[in-house]
Design a protein around this ligand. Structure first.
Ligand SMILES: [Zn+2]
Length: 303
């Protein structure tokens, strides 16, 4: 716990008085905006066993400078600007700012024609170009109501299936502590590649890795690499030789890793292999305990 490479961020929730903490791995830097603050979201079981989200503003010294508690459905009316108890800049945006999702060259728009993600926690809208042709309109809300997604999907995908995929994304996004829109570029390509198949736990986990990838650090060690050498064929019996070499090189790249986030690795690899394939390998390695993932997330240290 006391490794010098890490920074511990703690704060006490104003509502439930729980002490919440997180460990910031070395690979993550707190990138502050022009107010000198960086925005994080801590979703936890708060007062009266209700799930609440705290929007936290952290400065470059990793101190939590302010917190604003928000609950799901009423969020938009319950104005985040009620911050009279704060003596520092607080969220003042009342309008949503809209941002275009940058499309990856692997994104073919075979099935996913348009997507608009409305993030009420961070007041942002992400969208792709308008889709054409015969489309099914999908709309969903995350469990706490912070994330709304509208999507236009090809009629070649069953509506129920598409809805299931889009709902899972909304659920994951709602719990992402620190949001990075660059993940959408890969998410769209991933979704387009997978959406016409049933969603399973594996895919949910992979999308979770992806959306959290900028705040996750994958770590392996020499022992894991040796174990992989000895047991690869037993552990992963259906792989082609080229797959083994990808598995090995990903393990190799993560040996004693301190500086690269999972997102950095996905980005570099996406020149050669799709994010979907990369995430599938990553899932396999993690499930077999050959790699571990240090994820930046808040947890309670006192009741
Ligand atoms: Zn609380």
């Amino acid at each position: 716990m006391n490794k010098p490479n890490r920074v511990i961020i703690t704060y006490i929730c104003n509502i439930c008085q729980q002490k919440r903490m997180t460990i910031l791995p070395k690979a993550l830097d707190v990138r502050v905006d022009d107010r000198g603050l960086s925005e994080y979201v801590d979703v936890h079981v708060c007062e009266d066993s209700k799930i609440k989200a705290n929007i936290l503003f952290i400065d470059s010294d990793h101190a939590v400078r302010s917190q604003v508690s928000v609950t799901g459905k009423e969020k938009e009316k319950e104005d985040v600007t009620d911050t009279s108890f704060l003596n520092i800049p607080a969220p003042t945006k009342t309008e949503f700012s809209e941002q275009q999702i940058i499309l990856h060259r692997r994104f073919k728009a075979n099935f996913v024609k348009e997507i608009m993600i409305r993030d009420k926690l961070r007041q942002l809208i992400y969208r792709t170009e308008d889709g054409e042709g015969e489309l099914t309109q999908i709309y969903c809300n995350s469990p706490m109501g912070f994330i709304e997604i509208n999507a236009s999907i090809s009629t070649r995908v069953q509506k129920e299936l598409a809805l299931e995929w889009i709902s899972k994304i909304a659920t994951i996004l709602e719990e992402v502590v620190h949001f990075d829109e660059r993940t959408f570029t890969h998410l769209l390509a991933y979704l387009d590649e997978r959406i016409n198949k049933n969603i399973e736990d594996k895919e949910i986990a992979e999308m979770d890795f992806l959306l959290n990838s900028p705040i996750s650090v994958p770590i392996s060690n020499q022992e894991s690499l040796d174990n992989f050498g000895k047991q690869a064929e037993k552990l992963f019996s259906n792989l082609a030789i080229i797959d083994y070499s990808y598995y090995r090189s990903i393990l190799d790249e993560c040996i004693d890793n301190e500086n690269k986030t999972l997102f950095d690795i996905i980005e570099t690899r996406s020149q050669k292999i799709s994010a979907a394939y990369f995430l599938s390998i990553f899932y396999d390695l993690l499930r077999n305990a050959l790699i571990r993932l240090e994820k930046f997330q808040f947890f309670t240290i006192s009741g």
